[in-house]
Design a protein around this ligand. Structure first.
Ligand code: PTJ
Length: 267
């Protein structure tokens, strides 16, 4: 679905990589409007690269992690979804919808706190249907001592008091710090061996553009299940094994490509 005021890009609909280019342009437009940090373009490129070697598809381990993440957020007392520039630019409507389905507020939390970015992201999310956003009032913010980056500034009604935090497309050390102060962390990261991916309690190794729509579906279904069902999904999920399964799939995919890639070039 096109986002409000989305500028037309020049990618023809029959371009073999139309979908990928469409999201690339959302990131570029997002950067021009201050939603996305300059470094967000590089982060997106890194994500695209990992997505390529995963076959650009949601895998079985990703489905298991999505289910476990949905169960954890539905079981949480104070769940929260942290939103950065890339997430807001790529899937504004979907992240707002997920927040409503899970009853988990959205908190804007940025690594690059350039002037005007929080306002630009706020406007984008409000246009996408958000009714309430946290992390928007600078004067209210408190610090997480264990963290040295800008991400340490959090909303006292959001990340600070949460028990389960979802951190899509995260950099460096926040997951480790959040874990040290007792939070359960859910990461969405196409890089299965990033620090974030390895430290999180639940790691969804998949593209955010596929994860969030899938998660909305799963959460809508799980919402009506009993407590026992949700708890048992969580209990049976093993993050380390899940990441190992993803790494195996990458190895398999590359091995297969080594055999098949040139076949499509034969004519
Ligand atoms: O908006 P800000 O200021 O909070 O900054 C956001 C970025 C993303 C620029 C910042 O957090 C950053 O620099 O992140 P990194 O260190 O580049 O890490 C981002 C991770 O997200 C990388 O491991 C990427 O592989 C991954 N990633 C990128 N795009 C996607 C993705 N994972 C899932 N879906 C994607 N579409």
């Amino acid at each position: 679905m096109p986002i409000k005021n989305e500028k037309k890009h020049n990618v023809p609909l029959d371009h073999p990589r139309y979908e990928s280019l469409k999201y690339r342009h959302r990131i570029i437009e997002g950067m021009k409007k201050l939603v996305v940090a300059e470094a967000g373009l590089i982060a997106h490129g890194r994500g695209e690269c990992f997505d390529y070697i995963l076959g650009e598809a949601t895998t079985k381990p990703s489905e298991s992690a999505i289910k476990a993440a949905s169960a954890a957020l539905l079981l949480a007392k104070n769940p929260i979804i942290s939103v950065n520039g890339n997430v807001a630019a790529l899937i504004p409507e979907k992240i707002v919808k997920l927040s409503k389905v899970l009853n988990a507020p959205l908190e804007i939390n940025l690594f690059y706190r350039k002037k005007g970015r929080v306002e630009a992201i706020t406007e984008l999310l409000l246009n996408a249907g958000a009714e309430k956003l946290l992390g928007t009032d600078e004067s209210k913010m408190v610090e997480i001592d264990e963290l040295s980056s800008n991400r340490r500034n959090v909303d006292p009604d959001g990340i600070k008091q949460s028990d389960v935090v979802m951190v899509p497309l995260e950099d460096g050390d926040r997951t480790e710090s959040l874990k040290k102060i007792g939070k359960k962390v859910i990461a969405v990261d196409l890089n299965p061996i990033s620090r974030t991916a390895l430290w999180a309690d639940i790691t969804i190794v998949d593209n955010i553009i596929r994860v969030i729509p899938k998660m909305i579906e799963v959460a809508e279904e799980l919402k009506n299940s009993d407590l026992k069902t949700k708890k048992s999904i969580l209990k049976n999920f093993d993050n380390k094994e899940n990441i190992k399964a993803i790494l195996d799939l990458i190895i398999d995919y590359i091995t297969q490509q080594k055999k098949d890639a040139f076949k499509s070039m034969e004519y």
